[in-house]
Design a protein around this ligand. Structure first.
Ligand SMILES: Cc1ncc(COP(=O)(O)O)c(C=O)c1O
Length: 330
């Protein structure tokens, strides 16, 4: 294939070419195994090495310390919108949500089905263009947890640093900026992210959970919806997405091989950006947000405008930025 299309949509995104090449080369049979990764048992030694490799890779790149479990679940970040309150929102308590965009709004709607939710901040009025300052937060020190969306994919609003939430566990939907920059995992009680933007294909959801929170989980949940099940069975309670975890392992290896330091820094995002910029096709998307648009997004907008001088090198999927300026009321 001589021409590849670079997808900059909000869903699954471009993968590193060396990862696709390696996966392609070993599609029919893993070296020394004689079977595709999709054909081997998820309880085999080979798959054990793969899932352990993926976990070790993420632990290294993200600096995930002891005391945190790393889970590879299914159901996307959308299931986490429900699993978090199911597990951690007792009926006699409330949870604080800081809403900075469309995905945070969805998380609230889902949590409201399971318990009481307070909006510690809701930036809908300003059209979701920034994160709140610490002094704008109405935090309840007895909340079960505080939920944020570290990067609102649709609005492009990103937290540059974590809000101070005291002793209350901070829960973060990190679907669209995980592995894009270093984060201090210790600041979080739980981080979740669909794999499909920065880590691998869709169908795997990464959950990083502080193990001392496990005793707080409500009793009586269905096994598959209880984080303790997956911690205990090391993500192998049922058949996991073996292919997805295999690709995550390759992506981690690729990131490490690129020589990027501990937290992967901007490697994956930069690679996407560079690929995108060397092949501009469409031009002229503009960002009006001043403060909290993620730096990568701002640079990308500028670069595309600068380079879109009529050259047509390749193909680029239309960025799904149509709703970027829309105002959404909660
Ligand atoms: C920030 C954020 N949260 C949640 C989701 C939903 O993810 P999933 O499709 O994995 O359920 C997305 C998807 O784009 C997202 O960007």
């Amino acid at each position: 294939m001589t021409e590849r299309i670079f997808n900059f949509s909000a869903g699954p995104a471009i993968m590193p070419l060396p990862v696709l090449e390696e996966a392609g080369a070993h599609m029919l049979a893993l070296p020394g195994v004689g079977m595709s990764v999709m054909e081997i048992s998820h309880r085999s030694k080979t798959f054990d090495e793969i899932i352990q490799g993926a976990e070790a890779g993420l632990r290294k790149l993200l600096g995930i310390p002891e005391g945190y479990a790393v889970l590879f679940l299914q159901g996307g970040a959308s299931l986490q919108f429900a699993m978090v309150p199911m597990n951690f929102l007792p009926l006699d308590a409330s949870a604080d949500y800081i809403v900075t965009g469309s995905w945070g709004k969805k998380a609230v709607k889902e949590a409201q089905k399971f318990g009481h939710v307070d909006l510690a901040a809701n930036l809908a009025d300003g059209g979701f263009t920034r994160v709140p300052g610490q002094d704008e937060l109405h935090l309840n020190p007895s909340a079960a947890y505080v939920h944020i969306t570290s990067n609102e994919t649709i609005e492009g609003v990103e937290f540059k640093s974590e809000p101070e939430v005291g002793e209350v566990p901070l829960v973060c939907d990190s679907s669209s900026n995980i592995l894009s920059r270093p984060i201090l995992i210790e600041k979080y009680g739980l981080i979740y992210a669909g794999a499909q933007k920065n880590m691998g294909p869709s169908g795997v959801t990464l959950v990083i959970i502080r193990e001392d929170l496990l005793p707080r989980i409500r009793e009586g949940l269905a096994g598959m919806l209880d984080y303790r099940t997956h911690v205990k069975d090391k993500s192998l309670h049922n058949t996991p997405n073996t292919w997805g975890i295999y690709i995550i392992n390759l992506v981690c290896k690729w990131l490490k091989e690129k020589g990027e330091r501990r937290q992967g820094e901007f490697a994956l995002r930069r690679d996407r950006r560079d690929g995108l910029l060397s092949r501009p096709r469409r031009s002229g998307f503009a960002l009006s947000h001043e403060r909290d648009v993620s730096p990568a997004f701002r640079r990308l907008g500028k670069e595309i405008r600068r380079r879109s001088d009529g050259r047509r090198h390749g193909r680029l999927e239309r960025p799904s930025l149509g709703r970027r300026h829309s105002r959404v009321d909660l």
